[in-house]
Design a protein around this ligand. Sequence first.
Ligand code: ADP
Ligand code: MG
Length: 313
Amino acid sequence: MSEPVLIAKGITKTLGQGAGQVMAVRGVDITLVPGQLTLLMGPSGSGKTTLLSILGCILTATSGSITIDGTDIAGLSPEALAKLRRTHIGYIFQSYNLFPTLNALENVRIALDVAGQSGPAAVRKAEQALRDVGLGHKLKSYPANMSGGEKQRVAVARAIASAPSIVLADEPTAALDSENGHGVMKLLSEIARTQNRSILVVTHDPRTLAYADRVIRIEDGLIIGEELTSGTGTKKAKAEVTAAGLAKPPSETKVAPGRLILGETTEDQGSRVQSQAPVPLAPTSALLDLAPNGRRAKRRRKNSSKSAGRHRA
Ligand code: ADP
Ligand code: MG
């Protein structure tokens, strides 16, 4: 059986100050295994982005532990944590977050560069990642000349180029029309299966259900249910997650893709979220802030006493 790529235990997160304090995540355990596309579904304001940011080591939990590819992140220096983030985790955002002045190939190459990979081999890797997402013919296109679906494909290529074991996506279909939303989900499920990645998609979009191997439901910062679905994942991955005791066996959830929780998945246009600043899932922190010798990295070191505390869960 493959080892879990991520084990999170007892994660809590308190946000805000004083009377405005919110416990956005209230004691969550999650284990991710390779070869699966997992959905984390819940209404607006349920803590999805906060949890994803913590699992991606962008935000530090108030309490709890996270182990990524066998490494407990609590023991890491800020620099070591940044390195782990660059090499083990790929990020995809709702609004693509491509650099408008760079073409598709350059947008992917910059992520490889930050992960310490440059030169002709990195160019070949970036080209391959773009071919993998069906954009081999758009290597030199700029974001302004691409559709939303194509831009999100570049973002997917950027996330997978350095072969991270974990890919985290925050509402990747929210800005896309039906065809492109389905296209991106199909692509992510194929990548999970064929490249043996563990992909966690945070969403409230019911269109994503048909592509999931596993659905975890979150409400008010707590996991309220988990099902293996009859999505597109491999039987092997499903057997593994069942054997690991992480979810109910598929026999208990024999339903058509998407039927399991579709009716219950409604977007609560929650006033709670609108009145407060969103969780800072900053794309730049996932990409640029982490340059090993860049100016931003130096600035981080200046505040290293603060960051050292921040990065310990
Ligand atoms: P989701 O991604 O599921 O919409 P979030 O993780 O963004 O939810 O937010 C979870 C909860 O935390 C919400 O109640 C939200 O209002 C609150 N919250 C988010 N960011 C902050 C913040 N910076 N300060 C205080 N509360 C916040
Ligand atoms: Mg969110």
